[in-house]
Ligand binder design. Sequence first.
Ligand code: CTP
Length: 404
Amino acid sequence: MITFPSGREIILGIGAGIAAYKSCDLLRRLQEDGFSVTVVPTENSLSFVGRTTWEGLSGKPAPSNLWDSNGGVAHVDLAKLTDLIVVSPATADLIARISLGRADDLLTTTILASKAPLIIVPAMHPEMYLNPATQDNLATLKRRGIYVMSPDFGKLTSGDEGIGRLPENLAIREEINRVLARTRKLKDRRILITAGGTREAIDPVRFIGNRSSGRQGLEIAFEARREGADVTLIAGQTEEFELPGVRTIRVESALEMKSELEKEVPITDALIMTAAVADARPSRISNGKISKSELSEITLIENPDLLATAAGEKKKNQIFVGFAAETESDFRDRGRKKLHQKEVDYLFVTDIANGKVFGDTRTSGLLISKGGVEWPFLNSTKSEVARSIIDKIADDFALMETSK
Ligand code: CTP
């Protein structure tokens, strides 16, 4: 079973401030908003709220140490998984470490390794907050595009009054939702993906099929969804999967896939054809089971090329991506030829010379653009390939918007 997270993953970083206790409630509210939250406290913050509380509330491990990893590389795994990081409370020292790009604990290392948007929620004594050192560090973070919330004015734990109180959790929640809505690169875009192999029936029992697991298409659907797109997946034969938030249409044969594409392509912004469409089908489907003596009489007819057919009707602002699987050493030239033949914007040509791609989580190949740019992938994860394709599509849409 291939499973994906809901696509609403948040890391809640906890700094060593008394306001840490307020983040227990923030965590609960974020869960109510449908987020899956992983708490990453700093070691010192555990003197204010202990790990047991974080693990109990989040239902997950709350690692603080770089060496806590169970098998994977903790900071890289966390960094990849998350859609957003929020640090609340962020102390003066933590802000200084983040602004310097330090990586001396799990939280700062994860922040450095992640491309996800980051929200800093400072909470400290007014003297520390207003100190030019802290103000400079906050200015550095803002200049880098990091979202920095302003602390509230009011009574502080020390009995003093001033600026430095943690903002209300409601305001932090609103900021998280605002930042997520803003940073989703494919918001309001419709993305259509085909995945898996088609099955071409010979008789009620037998079919012509292929080894496609559908994994690459599923990874792309997940990344597109994560970027806020409205995703439709036309799936042939695949491994079993769970993809929350993706509309899935099941098909069996190439002709069934063709008729679904005819309905969906005109209303999509991008089409990504990862499906392994059978190139041919039996010219006749027998109603009864064919006896083995008749098997040699089966004749095949060519299936239509679904991608090339769709590309024939392609609208100016639509982006089409094709896939090809090649076993020969000239796979690059073959890929280029297919890109032009099928008139697509991008083509990922998979190098299947050593045959270890089907069903695997890793792949090797070359992403080629219509403009002739090439991006090689060597034993990369299918999720990295998916990320690249989705990034390119999002960049192209952004370019179309600016040149309007
Ligand atoms: N494709 C398609 N319809 C078909 C066959 C393929 O839409 N009948 C799409 C695949 O989804 C993929 C791309 O075309 O995006 C390349 O598929 P591939 O089988 O490698 O290319 P073919 O054109 O069938 O070339 P070959 O002769 O090498 O099989």
